[in-house]
Design a protein around this ligand. Structure first.
Ligand SMILES: Cc1cc2nc3c(=O)[nH]c(=O)nc-3n(C[C@H](O)[C@H](O)[C@H](O)COP(=O)(O)OP(=O)(O)OC[C@H]3O[C@@H](n4cnc5c(N)ncnc54)[C@H](O)[C@@H]3O)c2cc1C
Ligand SMILES: NC(=O)c1ccc[n+]([C@@H]2O[C@H](COP(=O)([O-])OP(=O)(O)OC[C@H]3O[C@@H](n4cnc5c(N)ncnc54)[C@H](OP(=O)(O)O)[C@@H]3O)[C@@H](O)[C@H]2O)c1
Length: 370
């Protein structure tokens, strides 16, 4: 599916620690497809590797790019095309280490976990630095590499909102992945490709339904949205949807948003919009700005402060949503909610675990974590 970039804007222009972008797409005018999605679904983007990454690989392998290569999924292409569009260069798939160990006897990783640990934060240039003998394989070396995967993004808009503007659109919120490792600056392939896109540019991607991150069937059911960083994305879609429901005179249940970022002044994502939604009685916001004071404050702290309120909401059949980082946010939010279950519901740890599982099974606790 082709998407046209309508707007691409950095929403944290003054941030010291990260660049977060909000990008909106439409379908090409000649397209006979429709933008069919619901808040909570995903958009996928098929990225292209940066010219810098492609040039670095060509130089390391002493290739011009005009050579040909037959790729399993894409057929016969030039090496330039393979590196630009078809092969994963910014990530080192642990499966490559496994194949090199088994087939060439390179490396002595004890198990898959050791390979995963090694691969994390490394890319294909690191692999060539580790085993310079692989460079002599030239074009053949590319056969070890994995196909370039599409990246998933939580949709940050509602179709009703975009339909009311006449043109169908879909938006995403993403962080430009940029980090220093082993003395080299690294850039995530998709987020940096997206960051550089211009209005009118055509990108390849798709829409993927996410049946386990959906607003309640009844608009009157209360909701609790918990997110940090780009984890705010689906909640923008949820709020746009509920604003339309409110305008249509529907009876809406309460909505709470718990959101965490680094600094209030520069990283309060969609703050004006949420302030307006709060004024309209659509949501109540609880913010945690982690770096605005000496001690870290996270959404988990804000949840604990509202323990009795959250417990009441759970008893009123509220639905809970968690979105953001798997490793950081999801763990600490689970811990906070488990403490609330134990304190407010007089549960043992085991009972709280069972209650957590039960909420998940009943889809009253839905997670979009990555
Ligand atoms: C279901 C789902 C929903 C998602 N929704 C969103 C969303 O709404 N918004 C969003 O921004 N992202 C979202 N993501 C993440 C997104 O899909 C991409 O993974 C992300 O944009 C990075 O892709 P990239 O191609 O730019 O980076 P890649 O080229 O894939 O590089 C990422 C790799 O860099 C390494 N890395 C990254 N940061 C560091 C660091 N600080 N130190 C060391 N190594 C590091 C890691 O090994 C990581 O695997 C979602 C992912 C999933 C699975
Ligand atoms: N796998 C991938 O390829 C990939 C790529 C991109 C993003 N991601 C994930 O997506 C996340 C998105 O990055 P982001 O910058 O938007 O968000 P983030 O790193 O999750 O940071 C958002 C806020 O959450 C805070 N935080 C840190 N630890 C926390 C915890 N245990 N509980 C609650 N809040 C916590 C941060 O505080 P402090 O920073 O001040 O501690 C910050 O204020 C990344 O953390 C990463 O895990 C993964």
């Amino acid at each position: 599916m082709n998407f046209v970039v309508e707007e691409n804007r950095c929403i944290t222009p003054n941030s010291k620690d990260k660049s977060i972008f909000y990008t909106t797409f439409s379908l090409p005018k000649e397209s006979d497809e429709i933008l069919e999605y619901q808040p909570g679904d995903w958009l996928t983007i098929q990225p292209q590797n940066s010219p810098q990454m492609v040039s670095a690989l060509l130089a390391e392998l002493d290739l011009t790019g005009n050579e040909s290569i037959e790729l399993r999924r894409s057929g016969l292409v030039t090496v330039q095309q393979a590196l630009e569009n078809h092969l994963e260069l910014t990530q080192l798939n642990p499966a490559i280490l496994n194949k090199l160990q088994r087939q060439l006897g390179l490396g002595d990783w004890a198990d898959r976990q050791a390979m995963m640990d090694y691969a994390n934060g490394r890319d294909i240039l690191d692999l060539l630095a580790l085993y310079p003998q692989l460079k002599a394989q030239g074009v053949e070396f590319l056969n070890w590499l994995s196909p370039l995967s599409p990246r998933y993004y939580s949709i940050a808009s509602a179709p009703i909102a975009s339909a009311s503007n006449k043109q169908q659109t879909v938006s995403i919120l993403y962080k430009a992945v940029k980090y220093q490792n082993l003395g080299r600056q690294r850039f995530g392939v998709a987020s940096n490709y997206l960051q550089d896109t211009q209005p009118g540019q055509i990108l390849q991607g798709g829409l993927k339904p996410n049946p386990t991150f959906k607003l309640p069937e009844k608009a009157s059911t209360p909701i609790v949205m918990i997110g940090a960083g780009t984890g705010l994305a689906p909640f923008i879609g949820f709020m746009q949807h509920r604003a339309i429901q409110q305008a249509a005179g529907q009876d809406l249940g309460g909505a709470l948003l718990f959101f965490g970022e680094t600094y209030q002044q520069t990283n309060c994502l969609f703050c004006d919009e949420f302030r307006n939604w709060q004024k309209q009685g659509l949501v109540e916001t609880f913010y945690a700005f982690s770096r605005d004071q000496a001690d870290k404050v996270y959404v988990s702290n804000r949840l604990l402060e509202q323990g009795d309120r959250l417990w009441d909401l759970l008893n009123n059949q509220a639905e809970f949503y968690i979105c953001g980082s798997q490793a950081k946010l999801a763990e600490s939010v689970k811990d906070a909610l488990m403490r609330i279950f134990q304190q407010q519901g007089a549960m043992s740890e085991e009972q709280a675990q069972n209650y957590w599982r039960c909420l998940k099974q009943e889809k009253r606790l839905q997670m979009d974590v990555y």
